[in-house]
Design a binder for this molecule. Structure first.
Ligand SMILES: Nc1ncnc2c1ncn2[C@@H]1O[C@H](COP(=O)(O)OP(=O)(O)O)[C@@H](O)[C@H]1O
Ligand SMILES: [Mg+2]
Length: 210
């Protein structure tokens, strides 16, 4: 069983949006997916409650349970789950056990200086945990291409070997899909947002297959 955490100490960058659609894309590619919501705001749980589709279990892990995360993950793997996605809170205090348990920590940032600066504490925490090779930034809410700004940030992060690709463009499909309890690949399977999410899942899958 593989574990992906989505984390950055800043709200609004797209952690929950990406966790939801990646969970669906992974399930569509044959994974047995459990998504855990670590955020007290419960956005991912709310998305799960809206779902009419089967295939993904969404559950909450309360702050007081986080110390038991290794046991929770052991139990999760025993029932045949192949992939766990963990959505974390914006203020990532308390998320350390989830980061530690992850084969990959996906760090969504918008292509803006302020978002990249805001991601630093999360990246430093990951490096401090010895997880330099298990983190990847994903540029989210990118302006429609071509965008020189997106390209410049992508080149910089790619040069550092920490860029998940492709970047995800700002598209209403993401908002509409989440509102309907769907992933973008369910909401508009032929859409560009769906294509980008499938490609990002492909990148992540290859990365954590090692
Ligand atoms: N790629 C995207 N395209 C359009 N809207 C997006 C995209 N990613 C996130 N959003 C929107 O940005 C806002 C914040 O996203 P959310 O997933 O709640 O972030 P976080 O979980 O990091 O706080 C939401 O309104 C969401 O619909
Ligand atoms: Mg969120």
């Amino acid at each position: 069983m593989r574990v992906i955490a989505v984390a950055v100490q800043k709200g609004g960058t797209g952690k929950t949006t990406l966790a939801a659609s990646l969970a669906v894309a992974a399930a569509e590619s044959g994974e047995r997916v459990v998504a855990y919501d670590l955020d007290p705001q419960g956005s991912l749980m709310g998305w799960g409650a809206l779902r009419r589709q089967n295939g993904i279990t969404v559950d909450r892990i309360q702050a007081w349970e986080i110390g038991q995360l290794p046991d929770i993950l052991d139990q999760t793997s025993e029932n045949g789950t192949t992939l766990v996605l963990i959505d974390t809170a914006g203020a990532a205090t308390g998320a350390t056990p989830a980061l530690r348990a992850a084969d990959l920590v996906l760090v969504p940032v918008r292509p803006s200086r302020l978002d990249l600066v805001a991601a630093r504490p999360t990246l430093q925490a990951l490096v401090g945990l010895g997880m330099r090779s298990r983190l990847a930034l994903v540029l989210n809410q990118c302006p429609p291409p071509p965008s020189a700004r997106t390209d410049a940030y992508a080149a910089q992060l790619r040069g550092l070997g920490v860029l998940a690709e492709p970047g995800i463009v700002q598209r209403v499909d993401h908002q509409d899909a989440v509102a309907a309890g769907l992933g973008v690949t369910e909401y508009a399977p032929q859409g560009q947002a769906a294509g980008e999410i499938r490609a990002l899942w492909g990148w992540i899958d290859a990365k954590i297959r090692g």
